[in-house]
Design a protein around this ligand. Structure first.
Ligand code: 13P
Ligand code: SF4
Length: 305
């Protein structure tokens, strides 16, 4: 069957909006109403008038949309689409970590569960983390979780000291410094653009560092014609659409290894997207007390952004 036509019809029938992250497969990005980074997608979810939000991303992103819209049906094509950052920061150990630093302001990356968000003072994404940490009074000590690499990058940008939860993204931590140096030698005319979830030695080689949306905008505004892209390869689809004449080299190079594709993000498929809209399941559900506790730091982020 024509999945795309089926999805478009279901979108009308349900009065649904399809939100997709840049790391989704190209076909899903093309059928979505809005494609964005974590912050832009949360902002879209907050203001949508649709009755149903179909979230093509990972669990924490759909959960964030549900926290912002408790009265709406929020669908996720595959409920098993997790995130290594969120999965390796369970609420119990996180609470124990937080209790060891009782006087710290808790800044939590949006790549976390609702239960961890509920234990936080403010949420950040990769596009607003520096701005938000900058707003925290200078006399406050800060705990940052769960991405240690983003945390270190924010420390460097803001000059603030932070206690870091030792988490990492399974996709961004595989980019090797050595292979990137080789790629730079092969493409001396390219700018290296990297996501701040990469390790510090990789970020040190980057000409520009930013969230997926910021990387995309950089490729559009830069006079450069070639870019080595050090993040999940799904973003290259939008880069090619926005700048058809430019060249994008995924890091690591295309050698048959798909390790620069997030296995969680790629669990979503067009078939599962169609099926979840048709069956109105799987959907996100949150107990009201948890939803309310997670809402406060998330709302603070949206106000501070
Ligand atoms: P963005 O904030 O760029 O959307 O990043 C989300 C993410 O999961 C990166 O791995
Ligand atoms: Fe999580 Fe990394 Fe996948 Fe982003 S790319 S969803 S941080 S595992």
């Amino acid at each position: 069957m024509d999945l795309e036509a089926g999805i478009q019809q279901l979108k009308k029938d349900l009065n649904a909006v399809i939100l997709a992250h840049y790391y989704q497969e190209s076909e899903i990005q093309d059928v979505a109403d809005f494609v964005g980074d974590s912050l832009a997608l949360a902002q879209q979810a907050e203001k949508t008038k649709a009755d149903v939000i179909v979230f093509c991303g990972v669990h924490f992103m759909a959960e964030t949309a549900k926290i912002l819209n408790p009265g709406k049906l929020v669908l996720l094509p595959d409920l098993a689409a997790g995130c290594s950052l969120s999965d390796r920061c369970p609420p119990g150990p996180f609470k124990a970590f937080k209790d060891k630093h009782p006087d710290h302001f808790v800044v939590t990356y949006v790549n976390s569960s609702a239960a961890v968000k509920a234990l936080s003072d403010v949420i950040v994404t990769s596009s607003n983390a520096v701005k938000i940490v900058d707003r925290i009074p200078k006399d406050r000590k800060i705990l940052f979780a769960p991405d240690q690499h983003l945390g270190r990058y924010v420390m460097k940008q803001t000059g603030r000291d932070m206690v870091l939860w030792p988490g990492a993204c399974m996709v961004h931590e595989i980019f090797s410094e050595k292979r990137l140096v080789q790629l730079k030698v092969e493409h001396p005319d390219a700018d290296v653009i990297a996501h701040p979830e990469c390790e510090a030695p990789v970020l040190a080689l980057a000409d520009y560092i930013g969230s997926t949306k910021q990387l995309l905008e950089y490729t559009q505004s830069s006079a450069k014609q070639k870019f080595i892209v050090v993040t999940e390869a799904g973003i290259i689809h939008q880069m090619q659409l926005k700048s058809p004449g430019k060249t994008f080299v995924p890091a690591p190079p295309d050698n048959g290894c798909a390790c620069n594709e997030c296995p969680h993000m790629r669990l979503n498929t067009m078939e599962k997207l169609y099926r979840c809209m048709k069956d109105k399941t799987p959907n996100l559900d949150l107990a009201p007390p948890l939803r309310e506790a997670a809402y406060a730091p998330l709302k603070r982020m949206l106000e501070w952004s």
